[in-house]
Design a protein. Structure first.
Length: 196
């Protein structure tokens, strides 16, 4: 379905692109149906697997960040030794002022770049495993919240995760239907209580 706007009324609609379908639906209605479709929660059978996966990914990322931080510290210490050596050579007259200034400025700029990288790496590493698990729990318990507050790329990835085979609109039921829901999620509505 393709979205469009009726400019006179300032109302949004979805139009079926299949030739001969002739189906136009209010965007508000479609969005309400979609919100009902997103009334999902994590399947309890896979909850521990999700948490275990997050822990494994976090460990890999944390290990990479630690090695990056160590490399930055090594580079910083090497630059400090170079600056100290440069200052000593200038003090004893081994190099002239012009040469000293040229290399001193260069080393100071490199040192400032390293300090900036360290500061940004420190900020990024403050995201703990608990933050990641809490965020995943929030998404698993209420995917609509991420959808509603997310950007287009986040929405697209979430929709692909929840409905890997897509969503279609049924003219018979006048509802959106998931072709298939991810095995990680199940409906929050207890369908066993419904009378068929």
């Amino acid at each position: 379905m393709t979205g469009y706007v009726v400019k006179k009324k300032q109302l949004y609609y979805y139009k079926c692109r299949v030739t001969g379908c002739c189906s136009n639906k209010s965007a508000n209605k479609i969005h309400e149906h979609f919100q009902e479709l997103m009334n999902l929660k994590i399947n309890p059978d896979v909850r521990s697997l999700v948490e275990e996966g997050i822990r494994a990914i976090y460990a890999i990322i944390f290990k990479e960040r630690m090695s990056e931080k160590q490399l930055l510290n090594t580079n910083r210490n090497e630059l400090l030794r170079k600056i100290e050596s440069l200052e000593e050579r200038f003090a004893v007259g081994a190099i002239n002022e012009q040469l000293f200034q040229k290399f001193h400025d260069k080393f100071q700029k490199e040192l400032a770049d390293i300090e900036n990288e360290k500061a940004s790496a420190t900020t990024a590493s403050q995201v703990t495993m608990k933050h990641c698990i809490d965020f995943a729990d929030m998404i698993c318990e209420d995917p609509w919240q991420l959808w509603n507050n997310g950007f287009v790329d986040q929405r697209s990835r979430l929709q692909l995760l929840l409905f890997p085979n897509g969503i279609r609109f049924s003219k018979k039921t006048d509802q959106l239907e998931a072709v298939k829901t991810s095995v990680f999620f199940q409906s929050k509505i207890d369908h066993s209580a419904e009378v068929i």
